[in-house]
Design a protein around this ligand. Structure first.
Ligand code: ATP
Length: 366
């Protein structure tokens, strides 16, 4: 049986705003689930409904097989870690972690042993006497996580817990949270707007937009088989390129020019029914490579003008104008062109995606 089950969950705020639409999913015990999407897509609202901090307008929420819609936050057996840490500033790290257990009337010895154990897991042992203001952002974040772990609950809910950290700390804490999850194995639902966090931490990702789950899948599934243009553009960095084009005899012609992109053999059937139709061609920046005469059999060739390059060390982001449309290529620094150059590149035919113009749905191969 699934650990958490959401069945047709809706949230309509008192002002009439419909923030979450018909959300359903099953979360297995021990899974690390990440809700990701742009600001305002409804990810925090969904998390807060799981936590019991927000009423569920309609639909059912089951935790451990029991209907939880009307249960208080405490009775749900969940622990939440907030973006703001919500630490008590006047209390030491020890007391911050112990506080919830003290409220529960737990004995001093048990509390002490739990605090010690939790501090060890999080590398906080030497900071137990300090006040939050005497800690770095990353250390404060660990105390906030510690307060959740110490309760020995089976479900962790985390709302953008790394957003107050600098870029380096975020990378470190990301790995730490993943390792802690491996060690303690609690079912975790984690909210972020950062696709890299989602890709690196999640067992499964839920991509949300305008209160609707667009796709639920493993990082690999979302990257290789996105359900629509939105997911395709949201997952991946730099994002996927989208070029407006028209179907012409099993290939596509780019809008604004004469360039014709031949597609993989798996497309013709779908394309035959769409002759002349406008659609969007997608390919990822990392799938582009320099033009090489000998390799054109399985690749499509395109060219354009280089408008900007960004040297990142291990690769270069090359910004191009291809017949009036913007394209980014991710190339090795040894083969990247310079600004102002007319540049010819290739993309393997099987790396292309096609999307419906109106609704952005993926046009399936075969
Ligand atoms: P962010 O990353 O900015 O926190 P989010 O995806 O977590 O975004 P939510 O906080 O879930 O988004 O909000 C979803 C939508 O619901 C937003 O459009 C927001 O303005 C709206 N909303 C949130 N709280 C309320 C409220 N109390 N009353 C009315 N509308 C609300």
């Amino acid at each position: 049986m699934a650990h958490i089950q959401l069945v047709g969950i809706n949230k309509v705020y008192p002002n009439g705003f419909h923030a979450v639409h018909d959300f359903s999913m099953q979360i297995e015990k021990g899974e690390f689930i990440v809700f990701v999407g742009p600001s305002g897509c409804g990810k925090s609202t969904t998390l807060r409904m799981l936590a019991g901090l927000e009423d569920i307008t309609s639909g059912e929420l089951y935790i451990g097989g029991e209907l939880a819609n009307e249960k208080s936050p405490r009775a749900r057996g969940v622990a939440m870690v907030f973006q703001s840490y919500a630490l008590y500033p006047h209390m030491s790290v020890y007391d911050n972690m112990a506080f919830g257990l003290t409220l529960k009337g737990m004995g001093k010895d048990i509390i002490e042993s739990r605090v010690e154990k939790t501090a060890k897991i999080l590398g906080l042992t030497e900071y137990l006497d300090r006040k939050p203001r005497e800690l770095s952002g990353g250390q404060r974040q660990r105390v906030a996580v510690g307060r959740a772990i110490i309760r020995h609950v089976e479900v962790f809910l985390m709302d953008e817990p790394l957003s107050n950290l600098d870029a380096k700390q975020r990378v470190t804490m990301r790995a730490e949270i993943t390792q802690i999850h491996r060690r303690i194995g609690a079912t975790t639902v984690y909210v972020t707007h950062d696709q890299t966090e989602a890709m690196t931490m999640a067992d499964r990702i839920v991509v949300m937009k305008d209160g609707v789950a667009q796709q639920i899948g493993t990082p690999k599934e979302l990257y290789f088989t996105p359900a629509n243009r939105f997911v395709a553009g949201f997952i991946g960095d730099p994002p996927m390129n989208f070029l407006t084009c028209r179907a012409v005899q099993g290939a596509v012609c780019l809008q604004g020019g004469q360039q014709r992109v031949t597609l993989s053999d798996v497309y013709p059937l779908a394309m035959a029914q769409r002759e002349g139709e406008e659609m969007e061609l997608g390919f990822r920046p990392e799938n582009a490579m320099p033009y090489a005469d000998a390799q054109t059999a399985n690749a499509a060739v395109m060219e354009g003008d280089v408008t900007l390059t960004e040297m990142l060390g291990d690769n270069v982001n090359v910004y191009m104008n291809v017949d009036g449309q913007d394209v980014i290529l991710k190339l090795s620094p040894y083969e990247a062109p310079s600004v102002g150059q007319r540049y010819r590149f290739m993309v393997p035919k099987d790396a292309f995606f096609l999307f419906n113009m109106e609704d952005g749905a993926v046009i399936t191969k075969g």
